[in-house]
Design a protein around this ligand. Structure first.
Ligand SMILES: Nc1ncnc2c1ncn2[C@@H]1O[C@H](COP(=O)(O)OP(=O)(O)OP(=O)(O)O)[C@@H](O)[C@H]1O
Length: 473
Protein backbone atom coordinates (compact mmCIF):
# COMPACT_ATOMS: atom_id res chain seq x y z
CA UNK A 1 0.00 0.00 0.00
CA UNK A 2 1.35 3.47 -0.81
CA UNK A 3 1.19 6.32 1.62
CA UNK A 4 -1.55 8.00 -0.38
CA UNK A 5 -3.66 4.90 -0.54
CA UNK A 6 -3.31 4.43 3.17
CA UNK A 7 -4.31 8.00 3.70
CA UNK A 8 -7.31 7.92 1.44
CA UNK A 9 -8.56 4.61 2.64
CA UNK A 10 -8.43 6.02 6.14
CA UNK A 11 -6.55 3.03 7.38
CA UNK A 12 -4.06 4.89 9.48
CA UNK A 13 -5.41 3.42 12.70
CA UNK A 14 -5.38 -0.16 11.54
CA UNK A 15 -2.03 0.27 9.83
CA UNK A 16 -0.60 1.59 13.07
CA UNK A 17 -1.98 -1.38 14.93
CA UNK A 18 -0.08 -3.60 12.51
CA UNK A 19 3.05 -1.62 13.24
CA UNK A 20 2.48 -2.17 16.96
CA UNK A 21 1.92 -5.88 16.41
CA UNK A 22 5.20 -6.13 14.49
CA UNK A 23 7.00 -4.33 17.29
CA UNK A 24 5.44 -6.64 19.85
CA UNK A 25 6.82 -9.60 17.94
CA UNK A 26 10.22 -8.06 17.37
CA UNK A 27 12.99 -9.58 19.51
CA UNK A 28 14.85 -6.28 19.48
CA UNK A 29 12.04 -4.71 21.50
CA UNK A 30 12.14 -5.67 25.18
CA UNK A 31 8.97 -6.25 27.21
CA UNK A 32 9.55 -2.93 28.97
CA UNK A 33 9.87 -1.09 25.65
CA UNK A 34 6.69 -2.76 24.39
CA UNK A 35 4.94 -1.21 27.38
CA UNK A 36 5.74 2.17 25.89
CA UNK A 37 4.93 1.19 22.31
CA UNK A 38 1.34 0.34 23.18
CA UNK A 39 0.83 3.82 24.58
CA UNK A 40 1.45 5.45 21.23
CA UNK A 41 -1.46 6.30 18.95
CA UNK A 42 -1.40 7.25 15.27
CA UNK A 43 -3.14 10.57 14.69
CA UNK A 44 -3.03 10.81 10.92
CA UNK A 45 -0.92 11.01 7.82
CA UNK A 46 0.25 14.20 6.22
CA UNK A 47 2.01 13.43 2.98
CA UNK A 48 4.58 10.87 3.96
CA UNK A 49 4.68 11.89 7.60
CA UNK A 50 2.84 9.70 10.07
CA UNK A 51 1.77 11.71 13.12
CA UNK A 52 2.01 9.72 16.32
CA UNK A 53 0.98 10.95 19.77
CA UNK A 54 2.39 9.66 23.06
CA UNK A 55 1.35 10.58 26.61
CA UNK A 56 4.74 11.65 27.94
CA UNK A 57 8.33 12.55 27.15
CA UNK A 58 9.69 9.24 28.38
CA UNK A 59 7.57 7.32 25.88
CA UNK A 60 8.72 9.58 23.06
CA UNK A 61 12.32 9.03 24.05
CA UNK A 62 11.92 5.26 24.11
CA UNK A 63 10.27 5.29 20.69
CA UNK A 64 12.74 7.68 19.12
CA UNK A 65 15.89 6.14 20.50
CA UNK A 66 15.57 2.70 22.02
CA UNK A 67 13.19 1.13 19.49
CA UNK A 68 14.05 3.35 16.53
CA UNK A 69 15.43 0.63 14.23
CA UNK A 70 12.59 -1.76 14.91
CA UNK A 71 10.06 1.03 14.47
CA UNK A 72 11.54 2.15 11.15
CA UNK A 73 11.48 -1.43 9.87
CA UNK A 74 7.89 -1.96 10.98
CA UNK A 75 6.79 1.30 9.36
CA UNK A 76 8.47 0.34 6.10
CA UNK A 77 6.94 -3.09 6.29
CA UNK A 78 3.39 -1.83 6.80
CA UNK A 79 3.41 1.28 4.63
CA UNK A 80 5.90 0.05 2.00
CA UNK A 81 7.11 3.56 1.51
CA UNK A 82 9.69 6.01 2.62
CA UNK A 83 7.60 7.10 5.53
CA UNK A 84 8.67 9.43 8.30
CA UNK A 85 7.29 9.31 11.82
CA UNK A 86 6.70 12.52 13.81
CA UNK A 87 6.14 11.81 17.50
CA UNK A 88 4.40 14.43 19.63
CA UNK A 89 3.71 14.43 23.35
CA UNK A 90 0.05 14.87 24.19
CA UNK A 91 -0.46 14.71 27.95
CA UNK A 92 -4.23 14.45 27.53
CA UNK A 93 -3.94 11.28 25.50
CA UNK A 94 -6.43 8.75 26.80
CA UNK A 95 -5.43 5.11 26.42
CA UNK A 96 -7.59 3.36 23.81
CA UNK A 97 -8.82 -0.08 25.05
CA UNK A 98 -9.84 1.34 28.49
CA UNK A 99 -12.64 3.24 30.11
CA UNK A 100 -11.26 6.72 30.59
CA UNK A 101 -10.54 5.76 34.16
CA UNK A 102 -6.89 4.83 33.76
CA UNK A 103 -5.06 2.27 35.41
CA UNK A 104 -2.59 -0.44 35.87
CA UNK A 105 0.84 0.37 36.97
CA UNK A 106 3.70 -0.89 34.93
CA UNK A 107 6.68 -2.24 36.78
CA UNK A 108 9.02 0.61 36.11
CA UNK A 109 9.84 1.62 39.64
CA UNK A 110 12.78 -0.65 39.99
CA UNK A 111 13.99 -0.58 36.45
CA UNK A 112 17.53 0.71 36.82
CA UNK A 113 17.51 2.13 33.31
CA UNK A 114 14.97 4.82 34.08
CA UNK A 115 14.67 7.62 36.50
CA UNK A 116 13.13 6.61 39.84
CA UNK A 117 10.06 8.78 39.95
CA UNK A 118 6.36 7.97 40.16
CA UNK A 119 5.27 6.55 36.82
CA UNK A 120 1.97 7.16 35.10
CA UNK A 121 -0.65 4.48 35.40
CA UNK A 122 -0.61 2.52 32.21
CA UNK A 123 -3.21 0.40 30.49
CA UNK A 124 -3.23 -3.32 31.03
CA UNK A 125 -3.55 -4.18 27.38
CA UNK A 126 -0.94 -6.87 27.47
CA UNK A 127 -0.26 -9.50 30.06
CA UNK A 128 3.31 -9.41 28.88
CA UNK A 129 4.11 -6.45 31.06
CA UNK A 130 2.86 -7.92 34.26
CA UNK A 131 0.79 -5.91 36.60
CA UNK A 132 3.14 -4.82 39.24
CA UNK A 133 2.35 -1.92 41.49
CA UNK A 134 5.46 0.28 41.64
CA UNK A 135 4.81 0.96 45.31
CA UNK A 136 4.97 -2.69 46.26
CA UNK A 137 8.73 -3.17 46.37
CA UNK A 138 10.99 -4.60 49.07
CA UNK A 139 12.17 -1.11 49.96
CA UNK A 140 8.71 -0.07 51.09
CA UNK A 141 8.04 -3.28 53.01
CA UNK A 142 8.59 -2.92 56.75
CA UNK A 143 10.07 -6.01 58.34
CA UNK A 144 9.05 -7.16 61.81
CA UNK A 145 8.90 -10.48 63.60
CA UNK A 146 5.44 -11.13 62.10
CA UNK A 147 6.70 -11.17 58.52
CA UNK A 148 10.48 -11.59 58.72
CA UNK A 149 10.53 -15.16 57.49
CA UNK A 150 8.11 -14.52 54.63
CA UNK A 151 10.15 -11.50 53.58
CA UNK A 152 13.43 -13.45 53.64
CA UNK A 153 11.90 -16.27 51.61
CA UNK A 154 10.53 -13.78 49.08
CA UNK A 155 13.93 -12.15 48.65
CA UNK A 156 15.59 -15.55 48.25
CA UNK A 157 13.13 -16.56 45.56
CA UNK A 158 13.60 -13.32 43.63
CA UNK A 159 17.36 -13.72 43.80
CA UNK A 160 17.37 -17.34 42.68
CA UNK A 161 14.11 -18.17 40.90
CA UNK A 162 13.30 -21.89 40.85
CA UNK A 163 16.44 -22.60 42.83
CA UNK A 164 15.70 -21.50 46.37
CA UNK A 165 12.17 -22.73 47.10
CA UNK A 166 9.68 -23.87 44.52
CA UNK A 167 6.85 -23.21 45.00
CA UNK A 168 6.94 -20.55 47.66
CA UNK A 169 3.56 -20.52 49.41
CA UNK A 170 2.74 -17.47 51.55
CA UNK A 171 -0.42 -17.48 53.63
CA UNK A 172 -2.06 -15.19 56.14
CA UNK A 173 -5.11 -13.08 56.85
CA UNK A 174 -6.27 -10.27 54.66
CA UNK A 175 -4.32 -7.04 54.48
CA UNK A 176 -1.06 -8.33 55.93
CA UNK A 177 1.21 -7.80 52.94
CA UNK A 178 1.01 -10.97 50.83
CA UNK A 179 0.25 -9.10 47.61
CA UNK A 180 2.94 -6.57 48.45
CA UNK A 181 5.52 -9.36 48.73
CA UNK A 182 4.41 -10.98 45.48
CA UNK A 183 4.85 -7.74 43.57
CA UNK A 184 8.16 -7.11 45.29
CA UNK A 185 9.44 -10.50 44.12
CA UNK A 186 8.44 -9.58 40.56
CA UNK A 187 10.14 -6.19 40.68
CA UNK A 188 13.31 -7.49 42.20
CA UNK A 189 13.61 -10.48 39.85
CA UNK A 190 13.16 -8.15 36.88
CA UNK A 191 15.81 -5.88 38.22
CA UNK A 192 18.26 -8.71 38.72
CA UNK A 193 17.60 -10.66 35.53
CA UNK A 194 17.01 -8.59 32.45
CA UNK A 195 14.46 -10.11 30.11
CA UNK A 196 13.03 -12.43 32.77
CA UNK A 197 9.36 -13.14 32.13
CA UNK A 198 7.40 -12.44 35.29
CA UNK A 199 3.66 -12.73 35.39
CA UNK A 200 1.52 -11.58 38.30
CA UNK A 201 -2.08 -12.69 38.33
CA UNK A 202 -4.90 -12.75 40.81
CA UNK A 203 -6.67 -16.11 40.85
CA UNK A 204 -9.90 -14.42 39.74
CA UNK A 205 -8.19 -13.02 36.67
CA UNK A 206 -6.70 -16.43 36.02
CA UNK A 207 -10.22 -17.85 36.14
CA UNK A 208 -11.59 -15.16 33.83
CA UNK A 209 -8.77 -15.62 31.35
CA UNK A 210 -9.38 -19.34 31.37
CA UNK A 211 -13.14 -18.95 30.85
CA UNK A 212 -12.57 -16.46 28.03
CA UNK A 213 -10.06 -18.78 26.40
CA UNK A 214 -12.69 -21.52 26.31
CA UNK A 215 -15.32 -19.13 24.98
CA UNK A 216 -13.03 -17.78 22.28
CA UNK A 217 -11.47 -21.13 21.52
CA UNK A 218 -8.08 -19.77 22.45
CA UNK A 219 -6.78 -22.51 24.70
CA UNK A 220 -3.39 -22.39 23.02
CA UNK A 221 -2.95 -18.72 23.69
CA UNK A 222 -4.00 -19.20 27.32
CA UNK A 223 -1.33 -21.86 27.69
CA UNK A 224 1.29 -19.63 26.10
CA UNK A 225 0.31 -16.80 28.41
CA UNK A 226 0.68 -18.80 31.59
CA UNK A 227 3.28 -21.41 30.72
CA UNK A 228 5.82 -19.29 28.85
CA UNK A 229 6.98 -17.46 31.91
CA UNK A 230 9.94 -17.74 34.24
CA UNK A 231 8.12 -16.62 37.36
CA UNK A 232 4.39 -17.00 37.94
CA UNK A 233 3.05 -15.04 40.89
CA UNK A 234 -0.49 -16.10 41.71
CA UNK A 235 -2.42 -14.20 44.35
CA UNK A 236 -5.30 -15.36 46.56
CA UNK A 237 -5.39 -18.94 45.31
CA UNK A 238 -8.26 -19.70 47.70
CA UNK A 239 -10.66 -18.12 45.20
CA UNK A 240 -10.12 -21.07 42.85
CA UNK A 241 -11.94 -23.31 45.30
CA UNK A 242 -14.88 -25.09 43.74
CA UNK A 243 -13.98 -24.01 40.18
CA UNK A 244 -13.09 -27.49 39.06
CA UNK A 245 -12.10 -26.85 35.46
CA UNK A 246 -10.02 -23.85 36.36
CA UNK A 247 -8.37 -25.83 39.15
CA UNK A 248 -7.60 -28.59 36.69
CA UNK A 249 -6.05 -26.06 34.33
CA UNK A 250 -4.07 -24.53 37.15
CA UNK A 251 -2.85 -27.98 38.14
CA UNK A 252 -1.46 -28.49 34.62
CA UNK A 253 -0.01 -25.00 34.52
CA UNK A 254 1.70 -25.60 37.84
CA UNK A 255 3.10 -28.96 36.72
CA UNK A 256 4.33 -27.57 33.44
CA UNK A 257 6.12 -24.68 35.14
CA UNK A 258 7.56 -26.80 37.91
CA UNK A 259 8.77 -29.48 35.50
CA UNK A 260 10.45 -26.84 33.40
CA UNK A 261 12.20 -25.37 36.39
CA UNK A 262 10.17 -22.19 36.50
CA UNK A 263 9.32 -20.42 39.74
CA UNK A 264 5.82 -20.40 41.15
CA UNK A 265 4.83 -18.22 44.11
CA UNK A 266 1.38 -18.57 45.60
CA UNK A 267 -0.51 -16.64 48.24
CA UNK A 268 -3.57 -17.71 50.13
CA UNK A 269 -5.57 -16.89 53.23
CA UNK A 270 -5.08 -20.46 54.49
CA UNK A 271 -2.23 -22.96 54.63
CA UNK A 272 -2.55 -25.63 51.90
CA UNK A 273 -3.89 -28.29 54.26
CA UNK A 274 -6.88 -26.12 55.15
CA UNK A 275 -7.72 -25.09 51.59
CA UNK A 276 -11.25 -26.34 51.15
CA UNK A 277 -12.27 -27.38 47.64
CA UNK A 278 -8.75 -28.28 46.51
CA UNK A 279 -7.75 -31.83 45.64
CA UNK A 280 -5.09 -33.49 47.77
CA UNK A 281 -2.71 -33.81 44.81
CA UNK A 282 -2.84 -30.00 44.47
CA UNK A 283 -2.40 -29.32 48.16
CA UNK A 284 0.56 -31.66 48.41
CA UNK A 285 2.25 -29.86 45.51
CA UNK A 286 1.84 -26.57 47.32
CA UNK A 287 3.90 -28.09 50.12
CA UNK A 288 6.76 -29.21 47.88
CA UNK A 289 8.69 -25.99 48.37
CA UNK A 290 8.49 -23.63 51.29
CA UNK A 291 5.44 -22.66 53.33
CA UNK A 292 5.53 -19.44 55.25
CA UNK A 293 2.87 -17.44 57.02
CA UNK A 294 2.47 -13.75 57.77
CA UNK A 295 1.04 -12.82 61.13
CA UNK A 296 -0.62 -9.55 62.15
CA UNK A 297 2.15 -7.06 62.89
CA UNK A 298 3.04 -6.18 66.44
CA UNK A 299 2.69 -2.59 67.63
CA UNK A 300 6.26 -1.53 66.79
CA UNK A 301 5.91 -2.77 63.21
CA UNK A 302 2.58 -1.03 62.83
CA UNK A 303 4.11 2.22 63.98
CA UNK A 304 7.05 1.74 61.61
CA UNK A 305 4.64 1.05 58.72
CA UNK A 306 2.70 4.24 59.47
CA UNK A 307 5.90 6.28 59.67
CA UNK A 308 7.11 4.95 56.36
CA UNK A 309 3.73 5.48 54.76
CA UNK A 310 3.47 9.05 56.06
CA UNK A 311 6.95 9.82 54.81
CA UNK A 312 6.44 8.34 51.35
CA UNK A 313 3.06 10.02 50.84
CA UNK A 314 4.21 13.35 52.27
CA UNK A 315 1.64 13.16 55.09
CA UNK A 316 2.57 15.02 58.19
CA UNK A 317 1.71 13.43 61.54
CA UNK A 318 3.62 13.40 64.82
CA UNK A 319 4.82 10.18 66.37
CA UNK A 320 2.30 10.15 69.22
CA UNK A 321 -0.60 10.41 66.75
CA UNK A 322 0.87 7.59 64.67
CA UNK A 323 1.27 5.53 67.81
CA UNK A 324 -2.35 6.20 68.71
CA UNK A 325 -3.55 5.05 65.29
CA UNK A 326 -1.29 1.99 65.42
CA UNK A 327 -2.58 1.11 68.87
CA UNK A 328 -6.18 1.20 67.68
CA UNK A 329 -5.92 -0.83 64.48
CA UNK A 330 -4.10 -4.07 64.98
CA UNK A 331 -5.17 -6.72 62.59
CA UNK A 332 -5.11 -5.31 59.08
CA UNK A 333 -2.51 -3.07 57.49
CA UNK A 334 -4.90 -1.92 54.78
CA UNK A 335 -7.20 -0.58 57.50
CA UNK A 336 -4.24 0.95 59.26
CA UNK A 337 -3.31 2.87 56.11
CA UNK A 338 -6.96 3.85 55.61
CA UNK A 339 -7.06 5.30 59.12
CA UNK A 340 -3.93 7.36 58.49
CA UNK A 341 -5.45 8.71 55.29
CA UNK A 342 -8.69 9.68 57.04
CA UNK A 343 -6.87 11.47 59.82
CA UNK A 344 -4.49 13.40 57.57
CA UNK A 345 -7.28 14.22 55.10
CA UNK A 346 -9.40 15.68 57.90
CA UNK A 347 -6.45 17.72 59.19
CA UNK A 348 -5.65 19.03 55.72
CA UNK A 349 -9.26 20.07 55.03
CA UNK A 350 -9.51 21.89 58.34
CA UNK A 351 -6.02 23.33 58.16
CA UNK A 352 -5.31 21.77 61.53
CA UNK A 353 -2.20 19.90 62.57
CA UNK A 354 -2.58 16.20 63.27
CA UNK A 355 -2.47 15.34 66.96
CA UNK A 356 -3.77 12.56 69.17
CA UNK A 357 -7.05 14.32 69.97
CA UNK A 358 -7.79 14.82 66.29
CA UNK A 359 -6.92 11.21 65.48
CA UNK A 360 -9.18 10.05 68.29
CA UNK A 361 -12.05 12.16 67.04
CA UNK A 362 -11.72 11.12 63.38
CA UNK A 363 -11.33 7.44 64.14
CA UNK A 364 -14.03 7.01 66.74
CA UNK A 365 -16.52 5.72 64.21
CA UNK A 366 -14.06 3.96 61.99
CA UNK A 367 -12.77 1.51 64.52
CA UNK A 368 -14.74 -1.69 64.11
CA UNK A 369 -16.37 -3.15 67.21
CA UNK A 370 -14.96 -6.51 68.12
CA UNK A 371 -17.24 -9.36 67.30
CA UNK A 372 -19.29 -7.34 64.83
CA UNK A 373 -20.33 -9.10 61.66
CA UNK A 374 -18.37 -8.56 58.49
CA UNK A 375 -19.47 -5.75 56.22
CA UNK A 376 -20.56 -6.99 52.82
CA UNK A 377 -20.25 -5.37 49.42
CA UNK A 378 -24.04 -5.61 49.13
CA UNK A 379 -24.43 -3.33 52.16
CA UNK A 380 -21.90 -0.86 50.82
CA UNK A 381 -23.47 -0.69 47.36
CA UNK A 382 -27.00 -0.36 48.71
CA UNK A 383 -26.06 2.33 51.22
CA UNK A 384 -24.11 4.22 48.57
CA UNK A 385 -26.99 4.03 46.11
CA UNK A 386 -29.44 5.24 48.79
CA UNK A 387 -27.12 8.02 49.91
CA UNK A 388 -26.76 9.39 46.39
CA UNK A 389 -30.42 8.70 45.59
CA UNK A 390 -29.57 6.26 42.83
CA UNK A 391 -30.84 2.84 41.95
CA UNK A 392 -28.43 -0.08 42.17
CA UNK A 393 -28.69 -0.42 38.37
CA UNK A 394 -27.56 3.18 37.95
CA UNK A 395 -24.71 2.74 40.40
CA UNK A 396 -23.41 -0.26 38.48
CA UNK A 397 -24.21 1.08 35.02
CA UNK A 398 -21.81 2.30 32.36
CA UNK A 399 -23.10 5.86 32.63
CA UNK A 400 -20.38 8.37 33.40
CA UNK A 401 -22.25 11.40 34.69
CA UNK A 402 -20.33 13.16 37.43
CA UNK A 403 -22.54 12.06 40.32
CA UNK A 404 -22.52 8.49 39.16
CA UNK A 405 -18.76 8.38 38.73
CA UNK A 406 -18.21 9.84 42.20
CA UNK A 407 -20.74 7.52 43.84
CA UNK A 408 -19.21 4.51 42.09
CA UNK A 409 -15.69 5.49 43.04
CA UNK A 410 -16.70 6.00 46.67
CA UNK A 411 -18.39 2.58 46.68
CA UNK A 412 -15.20 1.03 45.32
CA UNK A 413 -13.08 2.87 47.86
CA UNK A 414 -15.29 1.69 50.72
CA UNK A 415 -15.29 -1.91 49.47
CA UNK A 416 -11.53 -1.71 49.47
CA UNK A 417 -11.33 -0.21 52.92
CA UNK A 418 -14.10 -2.03 54.75
CA UNK A 419 -14.03 -5.50 53.22
CA UNK A 420 -11.47 -8.16 52.34
CA UNK A 421 -12.65 -8.32 48.75
CA UNK A 422 -10.06 -8.55 46.01
CA UNK A 423 -9.81 -5.86 43.35
CA UNK A 424 -11.30 -8.00 40.54
CA UNK A 425 -14.18 -8.99 42.80
CA UNK A 426 -14.97 -5.36 43.62
CA UNK A 427 -14.83 -4.47 39.93
CA UNK A 428 -17.15 -7.35 39.16
CA UNK A 429 -19.68 -6.25 41.79
CA UNK A 430 -19.74 -2.76 40.36
CA UNK A 431 -20.94 -3.62 36.89
CA UNK A 432 -18.14 -5.89 35.70
CA UNK A 433 -15.39 -3.32 35.73
CA UNK A 434 -11.73 -4.11 35.37
CA UNK A 435 -9.67 -4.29 38.56
CA UNK A 436 -7.56 -1.39 37.25
CA UNK A 437 -10.62 0.84 37.47
CA UNK A 438 -10.88 -0.08 41.15
CA UNK A 439 -7.22 0.83 41.75
CA UNK A 440 -7.85 4.17 40.10
CA UNK A 441 -11.02 4.84 42.11
CA UNK A 442 -9.30 3.99 45.36
CA UNK A 443 -6.47 6.39 44.66
CA UNK A 444 -8.77 9.11 43.39
CA UNK A 445 -10.98 9.08 46.48
CA UNK A 446 -7.95 9.10 48.80
CA UNK A 447 -6.72 12.22 47.02
CA UNK A 448 -10.12 13.89 46.87
CA UNK A 449 -10.79 13.35 50.55
CA UNK A 450 -7.85 15.58 51.41
CA UNK A 451 -8.81 18.19 48.83
CA UNK A 452 -12.59 18.46 48.85
CA UNK A 453 -14.56 18.67 52.05
CA UNK A 454 -17.73 17.46 50.37
CA UNK A 455 -16.04 14.19 49.39
CA UNK A 456 -14.55 13.74 52.85
CA UNK A 457 -17.98 14.29 54.39
CA UNK A 458 -19.68 11.93 51.96
CA UNK A 459 -17.18 9.15 52.65
CA UNK A 460 -17.34 9.69 56.40
CA UNK A 461 -21.11 9.86 56.55
CA UNK A 462 -21.48 6.78 54.41
CA UNK A 463 -18.94 4.87 56.49
CA UNK A 464 -20.88 5.77 59.63
CA UNK A 465 -24.15 4.62 58.10
CA UNK A 466 -22.62 1.33 57.00
CA UNK A 467 -21.03 0.74 60.41
CA UNK A 468 -24.27 1.65 62.14
CA UNK A 469 -26.20 -0.81 60.01
CA UNK A 470 -23.59 -3.43 60.84
CA UNK A 471 -23.94 -2.74 64.58
CA UNK A 472 -27.72 -2.93 64.37
CA UNK A 473 -27.75 -6.19 62.45
N1 LIG B 1 5.17 -4.99 56.09
C1 LIG B 1 4.57 -4.02 55.40
N2 LIG B 1 5.21 -2.86 55.19
C2 LIG B 1 4.61 -1.85 54.52
N3 LIG B 1 3.37 -1.91 54.00
C3 LIG B 1 2.71 -3.07 54.17
C4 LIG B 1 3.27 -4.16 54.87
N4 LIG B 1 2.38 -5.16 54.87
C5 LIG B 1 1.31 -4.70 54.21
N5 LIG B 1 1.49 -3.45 53.78
C6 LIG B 1 0.55 -2.61 53.03
O1 LIG B 1 -0.76 -2.96 53.45
C7 LIG B 1 -1.66 -2.96 52.37
C8 LIG B 1 -2.34 -4.30 52.25
O2 LIG B 1 -1.35 -5.27 51.91
P1 LIG B 1 -1.62 -6.42 50.84
O3 LIG B 1 -2.61 -5.99 49.82
O4 LIG B 1 -0.29 -6.89 50.35
O5 LIG B 1 -2.30 -7.49 51.78
P2 LIG B 1 -2.77 -8.97 51.43
O6 LIG B 1 -2.23 -9.82 52.52
O7 LIG B 1 -2.40 -9.35 50.06
O8 LIG B 1 -4.33 -8.85 51.57
P3 LIG B 1 -5.50 -9.69 50.80
O9 LIG B 1 -5.38 -11.09 51.30
O10 LIG B 1 -6.76 -9.01 51.25
O11 LIG B 1 -5.25 -9.58 49.34
C9 LIG B 1 -0.84 -2.61 51.14
O12 LIG B 1 -0.98 -1.23 50.87
C10 LIG B 1 0.59 -2.91 51.56
O13 LIG B 1 1.53 -2.11 50.90
Amino acid sequence: MTVDEANHANTVGSSWRRVVTLLEQDDRVSPRQRGFVILAQAQGLIGSTLLVAVPNELTREVLQTQVKDALDDALRNVFSDDIRCAIDVDTDLVPIHEEPEPAVELSLANDPSIEQKPQPMLPSTSHEFGRLNPKYVFDTFVIGSSNRFAHAAAVAVAEAPAKAYNPLFIYGDSGLGKTHLLHAIGHYARRLYSGIRVRYVNSEEFTNDFINSIRDDEGASFKTTYRNVDVLLIDDIQFLAGKDRTLEEFFHTFNSLHNNNKQVVITSDQPPKLLAGFEDRMKSRFEWGLLTDIQPPELETRIAILRKKALSEGLSAPDDALEYIASKIASNIRELEGALIRVTAFASLNRQPVDVALAEMVLKDLITDDGAQEITSGQILQQTADYFKLSMEELCSKSRTRTLVTARQIAMYLCRELTDMSLPKIGQELGGRDHTTVIHADRKIRELMAERRVIYNQVTELTNRIKQQQRDS
